[in-house]
Design a protein around this ligand. Sequence first.
Ligand SMILES: CC(=O)N[C@H]1[C@@H](OP(=O)(O)OP(=O)(O)OC[C@H]2O[C@@H](n3ccc(=O)[nH]c3=O)[C@H](O)[C@@H]2O)O[C@H](CO)[C@H](O)[C@@H]1O
Ligand SMILES: [Mn+2]
Length: 350
Amino acid sequence: MRDCSARSKFVRSWLKQASRAKVKICFALCAAVVIFVIFFGHCAIRFFQELYAMGKCPLNYNEKLKSQNELDSSLDLWSRVDVQTCTKWGAPIMWEGTFDPGDFDRHHIQKRTSVALTVFAIGRYLEVYLKEFLKSAEQYFMVELPVTYYIFTDIPEFVPKVKLMKQRHMKVIQVKNQKRWQDISMLRMKTIADFIESHIQHWHQYIFCFDVDQVFVGRFGSEALGETVGLLHAFYYRSHVKDYTYDRNPESAAYMVTGDFYYHAAIFGGTWQGVKNITEFCHQGIMKDKEKNIEALWHDESHLNKYFWLHKPSKVLSPEYCWSTIIGFRFDIRVHRLLWATKFYDILRT
Ligand SMILES: CC(=O)N[C@H]1[C@@H](OP(=O)(O)OP(=O)(O)OC[C@H]2O[C@@H](n3ccc(=O)[nH]c3=O)[C@H](O)[C@@H]2O)O[C@H](CO)[C@H](O)[C@@H]1O
Ligand SMILES: [Mn+2]
């Protein structure tokens, strides 16, 4: 009897000690996670984000896209099973490994494709970013094709001289500066729409519109060309749709409840007709908001997201096409094609 009660006493005290040890281990683990998150901040959160699966291409295994465009239907979508390689409406999402760069280049050289690149460098953005942007574009942007850079600036005389390759041209267009950086960013839509009407439609089949605060570091080639082209935002391509930062104000023309992806406005493109539709739509939305004295959460980007929700892009670029090293290493980003430059908002923005 006595033996039995001594044993149960021993077991109880052992259990007590074990549960105390468990509590201590749990506490230590929680503290480690909190310290990791505090010290590595956003990086820690983004590290865990990679574990969140992207959507799935709705085709059967090894099936090709059913596109009228022979190049899209030749894409090897199943060479990348770690990422989403097509959208639910059948547009390709361009990832390293899914396309043959030579096929696209040969096709566009034969079609005599000519590309316009628009970039705005207003105020201090001109001296800080434009030279590196242009120099790197000469190395990596559609190098097999004729390209004209259209540079919109308030101080044309400060545009840097950059040596251009054969078939490459540069034109500088003077525009007014604006009091607020938000207006500089938003007014680009109107300026681009007008310029397509007055000039680009007569000279180029395709146009790509870029932010200036970025640098090309790898091929950004003719595989990116399509009717309308949107870019997956590097910070959100593995986020849940409810975490996308769409405009949530029902009063705004950019208001969205849900969507397909979160697109980054630092790059968009397409045929001149496609980009004219995009930029006119965004400008009209921006003006409707101005009449109500409101502004969408992420300005032109919120309106661009609304456009691509209502009118699906015919091609989507993976975040390889505009990566931010702040996010850190990701297994699915096999090449960097363009990188965000360092942002100096406090000294650059008006
Ligand atoms: C992380 C982040 O905050 N992203 C938002 C921010 O992008 P960004 O922080 O990338 O915006 P940004 O400062 O690069 O401005 C957009 C572009 O407008 C031009 N520019 C702008 C200001 C200026 O004084 N001079 C000039 O030339 C320039 O080409 C620049 O690249 O703002 C955009 C406004 O559309 C979008 O809302 C983006 O989601
Ligand atoms: Mn930018």
